[in-house]
Design a protein around this ligand. Sequence first.
Ligand SMILES: [Zn+2]
Length: 306
Amino acid sequence: MGFEGQSIVRGLAADRRRRQRTTLAPIHDLDYRAWMAQEASREERWRALLDGDDPRLSKPRPLFKHIPSPPRCKLCCAPFGRPGSLILGPMGYRAWSKNPTLCDACVRSLGNKGLGGAEIELSFLFADVRGSTTIAEQVGPSAFTTLLNRFYDAVSRAVIDNDGLVDKFVGDEVVAFFVPAFSPAYAAAAVAAARESLDVTGHGDPAGPWIPVGIGVHTGVAFVGSVGSEGGGVADFTALGDPVNVTARLASEAGPGEILITESTVVASGLSTVALERRELNLRGRQERIVVFVDRVGSSLSGPTR
Ligand SMILES: [Zn+2]
């Protein structure tokens, strides 16, 4: 903990002492200080992990991501499905009972029951099936479910190929994020994953895509970590904050075959926007208009500097 952290802890402890004199239920100062110190070191551990300064977790990922089969640990990519799980499970890479999206090994390295996180800059990708209601009506529920599963699978692979973390599937949407630890060029990786997602869903095919997809890519500061109750309830490893909402709205504004890329992503990725259409959007619930660049399969691009 740095000097600033220590002085914050001291300040809060003094504050607590002052309040203690006026409250009925005394809180033991030592316990509180220990708790604060624990919280600070927990955040440091998470920050080191997410920024890539803790090689323990990021090291196995390049190997694990190639071992079948999903579902996987969101952090180290250890497979919880067979056959990989038969070898890696006994080595400690089995799904954590409180949060089956992380493995026991990752949770152990993070300590404090694996809960906690840190605010970092990262990139988000939301891939959304366009016109899904109409498609569902046309093909029927069971064919639509098959189609959706194929979509989840294709986009997840594009995300994992580019060292992103598949956060969740929400309705007809894949939510993913890219943190410096696993993709040092996280913004460029998110753009690459978005392009690959359009490619694998057939947006480059002359016959057209097998499922129409629109994508939003945004970069900003958000809280990333494992949230849940200390009491042992189910936790989730996820990202929270304003950039998540912005990216979700971008994805809903993107037409079929479009990737809407925010200025912050352009800056962070070094993407050339010369060949891209510039568009201004009014996002619901927001005062100022947001500037995005529209990328499509086959638009002549100078790629991001990766
Ligand atoms: Zn893991």
